[in-house]
Design a binder for this molecule. Structure first.
Ligand code: EPZ
Length: 419
């Protein structure tokens, strides 16, 4: 088992280039399945979730090659329609392959994605939307068996919640469906825009991505294309938190500043100075951070739920009382118990977390409860006095490429230890 051994506090400073977005790469890899020819995705991060997606595509019969940050996908030989339970369990977001497999093969068999560390992860919005597009879906014994007679057809779909995954599955299923699909209350995240851009480059007719209403005119076929994955806005926010909590400074390259807009006011409110340029963001932290009175996680363009854990870690040593309201997931505070072991003072009541800033954190052994909670523990460990050991790295490695090497580049005293 590996752990990250961190000695702190160390003020971070330096420059980093941010890798491609995990939450864009996954649906793009599903979209490549729909094409009549090969696709190359550039700026793909080296993450375990991407590895799982490669295995899913190969399991469906695609030829997939990786060269550095580029992934070449040839879907022509694909004839499979099943995702094995093992892979569904390794990565619940494999559900995003459902729409693409169904559209391409006319059937799909996969197991119900289990809940995850963030609580039950229902897929009712995905399934009701696919049924409106003409899919017949049986849910038996934890298995989803989906079929479509002939071709999927367009339909008006109104989402009761702007679900990212459901919006992605609808785009993937509707792109080559017969006729018009209109999604109302669609998710507006940048990853939705990246997926729509990719599909339109392949010949799809999608308008309105990034807004609440998206119109998809189905086309008969899609070609492959070359596409560069957008940068990971949550990874960027995490490294900004790492610099801020240590009173340091950081220059991030390869970001899309507009994707950081919902978070920049939070860094400014706690006393950081930030500047952005075309693909860069620079942050300089104050000697001591100030509290942030109220952070409510919301669908984009609101404050992203994925940034809540690392920002909470950052504010654990701010002066004053900060408060979060987690509106997206039912239980996304599992990192709080571990932050308390580091000396943080946080109280959770349902969806509300109240952080009384402490003057210092002290090193301890902690375990990552999930992906972003693990990142929060690393952020806190960088500022904690003494040694912090972070286990549960399988979670962190799902979403952060070479986290320790990037932090060493910024001056951190951190190493991955195998026992
Ligand atoms: C995506 O998850 C991201 N994952 C999540 O990032 C992110 O937190 C989330 O969007 C919100 O931005 C990927 O893109 C792979 P949702 P997704 O469908 O699609 C409820 C990370 O750390 N819901 O927008 O699963 C659901 O229970 C991960 O990178 C239904 O009720 O998010 C949740 O409360 C974590 N029924 C809320 O909507 C459904 O059918 C948001 O879910 C679907 C969702």
């Amino acid at each position: 088992m590996a752990t990250l051994q961190i000695r702190g506090p160390v003020r971070l400073s330096g420059e980093l280039t941010i890798h491609g977005a995990k939450n864009s790469t996954l649906p793009l890899m599903a979209a490549a399945l729909l094409c009549q020819g090969p696709t190359v995705l550039h700026n793909c991060p080296k993450l375990s979730d991407v590895d799982v997606s490669v295995r899913i595509l190969r399991g469906l019969g695609c030829r997939v090659k990786r060269e550095g940050a580029s992934v070449w996908i040839d879907p022509v030989p694909a004839d499979g329609f099943e995702i094995p339970d093992t892979l569904m369990r390794e990565m619940r977001s494999s559900i995003v392959f459902l729409g693409a497999i169904l559209a391409k093969m006319g059937k799909a068999v996969l197991s119900f994605p289990g809940g995850c560390e963030l609580g039950p992860r229902p897929i009712d919005l995905h399934l009701s939307a696919l049924r409106k597009l003409g899919a017949e879906i049986c849910e038996d014994y934890g298995c989803l068996t989906c079929t479509v007679t002939g071709r999927l057809h367009g339909a008006p779909i109104s989402l009761t919640f702007p679900s990212v995954g459901a919006t992605e599955n609808i785009l993937l299923a509707a792109a080559t469906a017969e006729g018009l699909t209109v999604i109302t209350n669609a998710a507006r995240e940048p990853e939705i825009c990246d997926l729509a851009d990719f599909l339109n480059s392949c010949g799809a007719k999608i308008h309105g991505a990034g807004e609440s209403t998206i119109v998809i005119q189905g086309v008969d076929s899609l070609s492959g294309c070359d596409h560069k994955v957008i940068p990971d806005r949550i990874v960027a926010a995490t490294y900004l938190c790492a610099a801020a909590i240590t009173g340091g400074s950081i220059l991030l390259h390869g970001v899309e500043p507009s994707h950081l807009t919902p978070m920049i006011p939070i860094f400014e409110e706690c006393g950081c100075i930030l500047e952005t340029d075309k693909d860069m963001v620079w942050l300089k932290a104050p000697r001591r951070l100030s509290r942030v009175t109220g952070i409510r996680t919301m669908p984009y363009p609101g404050f992203p739920t994925d940034a809540q854990p690392p920002v909470m870690a950052m504010l654990s040593i701010a002066s004053g009382t900060s408060m979060f309201v987690e509106n997206i997931f039912e239980s996304r505070y599992k990192h709080v118990g571990e932050l308390l072991r580091l000396g943080a003072n946080i109280k959770v009541e349902g969806r509300v977390a109240v952080i009384e800033g402490v003057s210092r954190l002290t090193g301890a052994s902690v375990e990552a409860p999930d992906l972003r909670g693990g990142a929060a523990l690393v952020v806190a460990g960088l500022a904690a006095h003494g040694s912090t050991s972070v286990s549960g790295l399988r979670h962190i490695d799902r979403g952060y490429e070479s986290i320790e090497n990037n932090l060493i580049q910024l001056g951190a005293d951190i190493r991955r230890v195998y026992s």
